[in-house]
Write a protein that binds this ligand. Structure first.
Ligand code: C2E
Ligand code: CA
Ligand code: CA
Length: 418
């Protein structure tokens, strides 16, 4: 085991040093075990730490003595495979690593399987520069996550065009002006009465060449390139305008818009939101802003201040993807929030995993004490809905109720549901 590295600069320096001595062909493998954060926040950091240490030992045993494994960040491994004769060797090695991560480990006396993603980039084929290689491994890792395959090898042709197209900023600009963006709406219903409460607006991008690009792919790129405020502005205004078109029976339905952590770094955002409400003549309590738990942690004092001022204006604040970030529930006492959305990954296993059920029930009980409304998203079956209602969820969202649908379809759906 190499040292534990926490800053990117340190990591690149270390990689630089290692690759200088590595033989001509080598590979950089980036491994993310998923779900450890939530193990940490529920059972304590020491628990997650022990799992990381176990994994690290097992991975190391599978490697060649010349290979290096580095822990970077809290829950990631960077592996440097050296002395590779050819690409086939790299594939053998990464298969071995995936095999280890795919085997069950014991947590709280129960064998559990983790999901994980692995991305690999090759030198000199993809680049010789460790920083560039790391970026490529990151892109491949994202592809592994999205395609739910154990690992992906970076591929200039497939991946670069979808994930790091250099003109994506220009393309996204055109997307707004060229009418390529639209919003789909997914209903949120009251768990007990089944009454329709409103809908979450989800962005869709139909690219003229690449077809439908999922938001998971283009939003991180937009964030990196600094055009997120523009997208949020578009989304906010479109959602409020379309909400008006839901018509009279839908007068009290609310609309939820996802915002990015970057929106919460600039005070002008508050004015942007309140003017949009004025422009579309909408009562503030009919707008919910969803912000992911993980994104809040970057500059918590500032984000909390901006959220508080939005809330003071009557706008509802929802903490999205709860359970995937670093924070503990106690910490939410300081956050202005009205709603908490339990991350989809917990809901997914709720029927057959005691641990996830226990986590969800703990989250609900504590959220109750903080007077937060609890939303379960990703409800795919009647059985899932039943369990979540039983556990005390207030609001339900998921394919079982309805998939995200285009605006016109939502209007029809809403009047039929009524
Ligand atoms: P999210 O905010 O957590 O949105 C929920 C995602 O779960 C949506 O994916 C939705 O289609 C999907 N989903 C809903 N019900 C189910 C279900 O029962 N089963 C499964 N498997 N999935 C379900 P989508 O639309 O692909 O959006 C992905 C993410 O992209 C969103 O996650 C959100 O973080 C981001 N996003 C989407 N639109 C916007 C936007 O306008 N602005 C920002 N900042 N982010 C957005
Ligand atoms: Ca959301
Ligand atoms: Ca979510």
């Amino acid at each position: 085991m190499d040292q534990h590295i926490s800053s990117p600069t340190q990591l690149f320096e270390r990689l630089e040093a290692l690759t200088a001595s590595a033989q001509a062909n080598y590979a950089l493998v980036l491994i993310y075990p998923h779900g450890l954060r939530r193990i940490g926040s529920i059972f304590g950091a020491r628990h997650a730490e022990r799992i990381m240490a176990d994994l690290s030992r097992q991975l190391e045993q599978a490697l060649h003595p010349d290979d290096r494994i580095i822990r970077s960040g809290r829950f990631e491994f960077v592996v440097l495979l050296s002395r590779l004769v050819n690409r086939g060797h790299a594939i053998l090695a990464v298969n071995k690593l995936a095999g280890i991560l795919g085997s069950p480990i014991e947590i709280q006396n129960k064998e559990r399987k983790f999901s994980f993603s692995i991305g690999m980039a090759l030198a000199p084929e993809h680049s010789r520069d460790p920083e560039q290689l790391f970026r490529y491994a990151e892109i491949a890792n994202l592809a592994s996550k999205i395609t739910r395959t154990p690992y992906q090898i970076y591929n200039h042709d497939d991946l670069k065009s979808i994930v790091t197209d250099w003109d994506i900023e220009g393309d996204l600009d055109n997307a707004i002006t060229g009418n390529q963006l639209s919003l789909h709406y997914q209903p949120k219903i009251a768990s007990h009465s089944g009454r329709l409460l409103g809908a979450e607006a989800l962005m869709r991008w139909r690219h003229p060449v690449h077809g439908m690009i999922p938001p998971d792919l283009f939003i991180p790129v937009a964030e990196r390139m600094g055009i997120m405020p523009k997208l949020t502005w578009w989304c906010l205004n479109t959602a409020l305008r379309e909400r008006q078109e839901w018509g009279d029976p839908a007068r009290n339905l609310s609309v939820a818009v996802n915002i990015s952590a970057l929106d919460l770094t600039d005070e002008r955002f508050i004015k942007a939101v309140t003017s949009a409400l004025g422009l579309w003549d909408t009562r503030p309590e009919l707008l919910t802003l969803e912000v992911t738990e993980g994104s809040l942690m970057q500059d918590i004092a500032r984000s909390a201040d901006i959220l508080k001022r939005l809330q003071d204006n009557g706008i509802r604040i929802s903490i999205d993807d709860f359970g995937t970030g670093y924070s503990s529930l106690a910490y939410f006492k300081q956050l202005p929030a009205d709603e908490l959305k339990i991350d989809r990954s917990f809901i997914l296993n709720i029927l057959n995993d005691d641990l996830d059920r226990h986590i969800v029930s703990t989250i609900i009980q504590m959220a109750r004490k903080l007077h937060l409304e609890i939303v379960a998203e990703g409800i795919e079956t009647a059985e899932m809905q039943e369990i979540l209602v039983e556990l005390g969820c207030d609001i339900i969202q998921g394919y079982h109720i309805a998939r995200p649908i285009p605006h016109a379809e939502f209007v029809t759906w809403a009047s039929a549901h009524d």
